[in-house]
Ligand binder design. Structure first.
Ligand code: CA
Ligand code: CA
Length: 585
């Protein structure tokens, strides 16, 4: 506890010193953010330059002006509508720079709003072709800013760089063929002048990839397939094969193996590694693909200069439940077994909270962060799950479906895409989790290009009558749950934490809520008029601390949620940016 207090005062002093220089000189603002600015984002509260509020994506702000003593007085400063008829899930995190808030919207749109008034500066609408196949709503999770550009991905698997002042296209590149089942929904990440992206399409027998492009031209620099046996590229030539062909896949199955990198990644300057999660193997029916199926349902550590995989850790080998392991891997430094260590944490779809040594991928711990897990009974000392074989859905018998099982978590996960936050003040992770299970069974399936490749059927069911969502404070040293907040509807939005002893997250019921970071006490809420499934951010502007979040219900739950989808079908859609601050005293 004493250590945390010391850290807090150091952070508060640092923030005060930085506030004085947070308004960039005119020429600097005109040139736009540099690589150094992006790497420094955590330490500069006058802007939000990266997805995750820092390349490590801790979603922690050192700001203390708004705090657990005064948050009850927080009020809206303005709201801005995304307009039109295209109101679907708004899962984006805002970017804030030089008096402008940039947000992406459903159906691959990007908006620039005045950060003081909410007036729209410009809007860009991607012209999407017929025949796109996004699995889980027409969402987008955010943009990346660099120099004169603001860059985002589109549902037809393109990457578009716009002039951040005018919204005019600078370059527009196809990253994959949507007709084969590829799409793109993540926020791109920029590391050392390279745009780092993944891809979506794990339900269509695609091949997951991590790729780096020149931020100025969009030209491909390297490509790294995530499925063992596929060839990577570097500077226009073949580089190395991922893993060892047919070591963990049989025959040609590695050519349709899945492993989509649909959530993007984090980057740690200390280790110079990109950390990227990979999705489920294809098809879902695990009996059709014996073996561990590397590198699906894993975290990969990748060299940003060459695209080589430096280490991997597979959270669900031979996945049979769509425990799609894309969840963010968050670098943090903490004491472990008596010494300071470079660690990383991941709250996985499979219900376990993992802590690894982020320098080498060594397994340290896996602890449950949801109340019911049926597929495994913990992990052994090497980080291998202790499977419960009777909970694997059975193999189909000829044309008939296999034995159905009730499995928890459901395939939408103990935690899905919505990012957790790590407080440098409390040393806790704040994990948006859900309590649900599913009936799941396998069916015969054959691969067909561009068509769903599951070989499984399912119905999601709640585990409890009074709640599905649970925001949990997890101590990464012990895995202990320090507090929890239960929500009736499933949680589907990101989390923000601040040195003001605050944790923010949104609910499908429409609220943005603030909690005491140490105790979990609910301190403030405001209803935005539609479900909140975006990720909140905070920054300072003209000496005042602001909080912003997107409102607009949607995402995977209404489409795939089975009995849970029925329970939330009354929630109204929307599409707005909401911005809050304390009233002037
Ligand atoms: Ca910043
Ligand atoms: Ca999946």
């Amino acid at each position: 506890m004493k250590k945390h207090l010391l850290q807090t005062s150091a952070i508060a002093l640092g923030a005060a010193a930085l506030l004085a220089v947070s308004a960039p000189a005119f020429s600097q603002a005109a040139a736009g953010p540099t690589d150094a600015d992006l790497m420094n984002d955590e330490q500069t509260p006058g802007d939000v330059l990266t997805y995750g509020m820092g390349s490590r994506a801790q979603r922690f702000s050192p700001l203390t002006q708004l705090n657990s003593e005064n948050v009850a007085r927080l009020v809206p400063a303005f709201a801005a509508s995304l307009g039109g008829e295209k109101q679907r899930g708004q899962e984006a995190q805002p970017i804030v720079y030089d008096g402008t808030i940039y947000v992406t919207g459903s159906y691959s749109r990007l908006f620039a709003f005045d950060a003081r008034t909410g007036e729209e500066k410009w809007q860009y609408d991607a012209r999407l072709p017929d025949g796109i196949v996004p699995c889980c709503d027409v969402v987008n999770r955010g943009a990346a800013i660099y120099g004169d550009k603001i860059i985002f991905g589109t549902l037809d698997a393109r990457l578009v760089a716009l002039n951040r002042l005018t919204g005019k296209v600078i370059w527009n590149k196809q990253i994959a063929d949507y007709k084969e089942g590829y799409s793109f929904t993540a926020a791109p990440m920029i590391v050392k002048g390279k745009v780092i992206t993944g891809n979506s399409g794990g339900e269509f027998g695609i091949i997951g990839r991590v790729e780096a492009r020149d931020v100025n031209t969009g030209e491909l620099i390297w490509s790294r397939p995530t499925i063992e046996g596929n060839m990577g590229t570097l500077n226009g030539k073949d580089s190395t094969i991922t893993g060892k062909t047919n070591a963990t896949w049989q025959g040609d199955q590695y050519k349709t193996g899945g492993g989509a990198t649909w959530l993007g990644g984090t980057y740690d300057p200390d280790t110079n590694l990109i950390y990227m999660g990979t999705s489920n193997p294809s098809p879902w029916n695990s009996h059709m693909r014996p073996g561990d199926n590397l590198y699906t349902a894993s975290t990969l550590a990748i060299d940003p200069d060459t695209g080589e995989i430096k280490w991997h850790f597979q959270t669900t080998p031979h996945d049979g439940w769509d425990f799609d392991g894309v969840n963010e891997f968050i670098p943090f430094d903490a004491m472990r077994n008596g010494k300071m260590m470079k660690l990383g944490a991941k709250a996985d779809r499979n219900g376990y909270f993992f802590v690894l040594d982020r320098t080498n991928g060594k397994f340290l711990s896996a602890t449950p962060f949801v109340s019911k897990i049926t597929w495994a009974d913990g992990f052994d000392k090497n980080g291998r799950p202790k499977y419960i074989p009777s909970n694997r859905p059975g193999a189909p018998d000829g044309a008939n479906k296999g034995t159905s099982v009730f499995a928890a978590p459901s395939f939408l996960g103990g935690k899905n895409w919505m990012p957790m936050a790590y407080s440098q003040q409390t040393g806790l992770f704040y994990v948006p989790s859900n309590e649900w299970g599913m009936d799941i069974w396998n069916e015969p399936i054959a691969y067909k290009k561009g068509a769903a490749y599951l070989g499984a059927g399912f119905t999601i069911k709640p585990l409890y009558e009074d709640h599905i969502g649970v925001l949990r404070a997890v101590d990464p040293a012990t895995g202990k749950i320090m507090w929890e907040y239960k929500n009736k509807a499933p949680l589907w939005g990101g989390v923000l934490t601040t040195a003001g002893n605050l944790v923010f997250t949104g609910t499908p019921e429409g609220f943005l809520k603030a909690f005491d970071a140490k105790t979990g006490k609910e301190l403030w809420k405001f209803n935005t008029g539609s479900g909140v499934v975006g990720s909140p951010v905070t920054w300072t502007q003209d000496g005042e601390q602001y909080v912003a979040v997107m409102s607009g219900w949607g995402g995977a739950v209404p489409l795939w949620g089975g009995e849970v989808a029925k329970a939330v079908q009354h929630i109204n859609q929307g599409g707005s940016l909401w911005v809050f601050k304390l009233p002037k005293s």
